[in-house]
Design a protein around this ligand. Sequence first.
Ligand code: IVH
Length: 681
Amino acid sequence: MSPAEAQKRIAALRAQVAHHDELYYRKATPEITDFDYDTLKAELAGLERLFPEAATAAGAESPTARIGDDRTEGFVRVKHRLAMTTLDNTYDEGELREFHARLVKALGSEDLAYTVEPKIDGLAVSLTYEKGRLTRAVTRGDGEEGDDVTANVRTIRGLPHTLAAAPVPELIEIRGEIYLSVEEFRRINQLQEEAGEAAYANPRNLAAGTLKQLDAKLVASRKLEIVLYGMGVCEPEVVTSQTGYRDQLKRWGLPVVELFSEVRGIEAVCAAIRDLDEKRRALAYGTDGAVVKLNDFALQKKVGFRGMAADGRAEAARKLSPRWACAFKFAPDRAETRVRDITIQVGRTGALTPVAELEPVFLAGTTVKRATLHNAEEIARKDVRVGDAVLVEKAGEIIPAVVAVLVEKRPAGSAPYAFPRACPVCQTPATRGEEEVVWRCPNPNCPEKVRRRIEHFASKGCLDIDGLGEEMVDLLLRNGRIASIPDIFRLKVEDLLPLKKSGEVWAGNLIAGIAARRQADLWRVINGLGIPQVGAAAAKDLARTFRSLPGLAGATEAELLRIDGFGEKTALAVRRWFADPANRALVDELQAVGLEPTPPAAASSALAGKAFVLTGTLPTLSREEATAKIEAAGGKVSGSVSKKTHYVVAGEEAGSKLEKARALGVPVLDEKALLDLLGAD
Ligand code: IVH
């Protein structure tokens, strides 16, 4: 490669990597796999090393010299006391051995003690504990300065807000990783599907998206978790090694990484990594590698950081990376298989989702038979065809995705996949909104949409009707016992008996189960209607505000927009839904068949619907107690201060929210004033 060619390639790679950094760190919607990203970045770093002049001439600051920046709008920015650095990744045992060789040379000893632990695929945060109390949680940001996510981090159930044992430092920055468990990820995606929304690609992105929500209520409804492994400043120092630090974190009551080991020498490091690779899938969090660290803090200090001047000061805007640690990444779980067919799934909202039907292949512990192809554009972009040999990968080790087509193995005479122009179930021509990627079946009576709507209505997050799962809905539909949601409430035991050979107990139980739900909570019914943009949380807001289906049906745009957390999009979706005569007929029919939803407990007048934000520590009430009292009085508690906030309740060490309240002119209460307000009500 000539220097001129190198310069061109470097410029192109820089633009690409910067683009993917933006998608991954800020938007949490990556388009390429971690492996492909690492490959691009490695090529860039290699060229920059080989052609330093071309690298300078290519202009633009290189993403190899920066770390990804996660800072987003709407958060207060906070400087880390000690910069949060990152590690270069390697997929190669040889590079790991070079890491060891460099340390042997620098420290003059072969016999070095290392710790080996999983590299967690979450997002980095730094927690500050002052005098043993959690005062701040900040994302990595650009390494120097991150977003203040304290309110959201406080919703993490497994994280103590005070350190449980001595010695307690005056101030310590404890670093770790926030994640969503595989189980929680599945649960949320299920709800997402029920709400007719797109599934999240992997737990890491969902965790990142959740942590950056301004609505603490929504954050609390998703079970974020945390593990801790690192240290920023610690005054005074209380431990002298990684192993000692982990033990101390445990004594403080904080969650620490499992599958942790302390070993001597590089052979033992490699063996520990292999062992970790075998066991890591049993962990609750996704792992994408191992982190190897020099155990002794004194030795860590001795070797220091790359990108640091000799006097210990960071070279401005340079990426710092510790010489005492190394990240070894595991190659992603990929397998080759063949696409037998491409089928189309019809969702409740009519969304047509293409699915690759695969020759079954064993991948990371499970047999994979199907993989989502997302949408028509995605198929076209990858040019996936029936008969193709493809590589499938488990993104975040969960949802299988087709990551590449092995074009060289393509059978002769294959043709590009033609996305159907019509719904495969009812044959109605498909339509697509102007800015949408998703094709939909527009027929409101499409049998598949009807089936999915009924399933949704009866499902756990909605009416939660015992005995009315997918199979039963299918049985009732096929036998003409129901054709719509209201039909559920018209069922009688006699209608059911002929459907199954054995027993009648089930029929009686199902009818009783349905009868028991006639007075279901209003929010469940609203959620069950399947209004676009409205999931459980919004349904609760609507139930609290409008208190009946007719009330909701008559809601004006202004009334909807007044609800905290409701934007134009949601308000419009609600209005549109109720403007449709078919939907209004559904609501009328539900009332005609005797559905009498129960509105939320009558809120005591003055505080009904008032939005509160809590900040700082109150003298007697815990955050949970204060929240419960406010909610019991009909108010709601949210995580961030906006123009729609009615009161901010501030205690000791109240931070940026208090400042924001003052700036916006929101009334500020102390605990006593809050209690007076609640009592007076
Ligand atoms: S130690 C100086 N240990 O991976 C940075 N990091 O590329 C030392 N990570 O930024 C980090 N699990 O966000 C460390 N067990 C672990 C980790 C871990 C995940 C993340 C962390 C860091 C990146 C390193």
